[in-house]
Write a protein that binds this ligand. Sequence first.
Ligand SMILES: N[C@@H](CCC(=O)N[C@@H](CS)C(=O)NCC(=O)O)C(=O)O
Length: 222
Amino acid sequence: MADVRLYMPSFDTVQLIRCSPPSWMVRLGLEERGIDYDLEELDFGAREHRRADLLELNPRGTIPILKHGDLVLTEALSMLQYIDGLADDPALMPTGIEGARAVDLLHASARLKSVGMELFGYIMRMAAEERDPIRVDALIGQLQGELEHWEQHYAAAAEDAPLSLVDLSVMTYVATSAQLGLQLTPRFPKLAAAFARWKARPAVTRTWPSGWSERPLNVLSG
Ligand SMILES: N[C@@H](CCC(=O)N[C@@H](CS)C(=O)NCC(=O)O)C(=O)O
């Protein structure tokens, strides 16, 4: 039994989006770094992440949670940085000046995470007929604005660069947005190309959400 344990939702129990991008990025970090880990998949619909023993570990009641011996981490981005140091080089984060830039980008990806979660949370909570179309458009617009930032300031650089933790953070949101019907092309051609490369990675295909149908949903295809 590995002493690294990842608590995350079983994606099929997350209504509508059938995924948890923060959990997926952490699992991908473990897979890409070849770290042995135990996976505890929780029934999100049944609010298993609010179990007493898990609230002990994370009083905020969110998942993923990463446990390594007595260490407990509750934030996906810090888990990624910790995981990267758990295996021999080459790490997924460069060092020196390049490393500082990459950490800056990783923290910048928290904005993509929050606008993504705001939109996904709203469409998960509200039945289709109850959603306010103006609010949905505003949330989609906010996400597209954020994707624009990554299109302009990141995707090109990622073209020839080795995989980094930033890719794991950004691409899990790009993948979920695309699955919900958000069009990547023609507006985000570089992100679409980076996504196609990322999608082909063995760790990504191994952990691809099994509940995702071939054809994207048209929840976000405004
Ligand atoms: N700040 C945490 C948040 C993770 C998060 O929002 N997880 C969602 C699942 S994708 C969750 O646990 N939601 C349950 C809740 O908020 O009760 C992180 O970045 O890792």
